[in-house]
Design a protein around this ligand. Structure first.
Ligand SMILES: [Zn+2]
Length: 131
């Protein structure tokens, strides 16, 4: 049985980050459906299941890979916009990020130095902030 499954999966794309995300969405929809008994969630969860199987058993690796890359870049952009990347969280612990009131340049100031006068490196505008 395992041998047959392995033969079946040979050359197929399998799971990636995007399939895991689709699986999570699927579970969310199943739970939402259980609570609301809404046909919408049922239909969406069915659709997600079909998409996820289609991607796993697909032989078109280039297309699936491109979809996954697209998903990863969208996820990266969203996390970065929300300030949730590991690097940004680390930065926030040690630095304040201010925007220059005159040119909107981002300026990184170490925390815990009291009130300081900041000179914008881009336009030279000076302003005072608590660090
Ligand atoms: Zn400036």
């Amino acid at each position: 049985m395992k041998e047959r499954f392995n033969r079946f999966m040979r050359g197929r794309y399998g799971a990636d980050e995007l399939s895991r995300f689709i699986l999570v969405l699927f579970i969310v929809c199943i739970i939402a459906n259980a609570f609301t008994r809404s046909n919408l969630f049922y239909a969406v969860s069915l659709g997600l299941l079909v998409v996820s199987y289609y991607r796993m058993f697909s032989r078109n690796h280039a297309a699936r890979w491109a979809e996954n890359q697209k998903y990863l870049s969208m996820k990266g952009r969203l996390l970065s916009k929300l300030g949730l990347t590991a690097r940004q969280r680390e930065q926030r612990k040690n630095y304040h990020i201010y925007h220059c009131p005159s040119c909107r340049q981002k300026i990184r100031i170490p925390r815990g130095k009291g009130r300081i006068c900041i000179t914008c490196p881009k336009c030279g505008h000076e302003f005072t902030k608590k660090s």
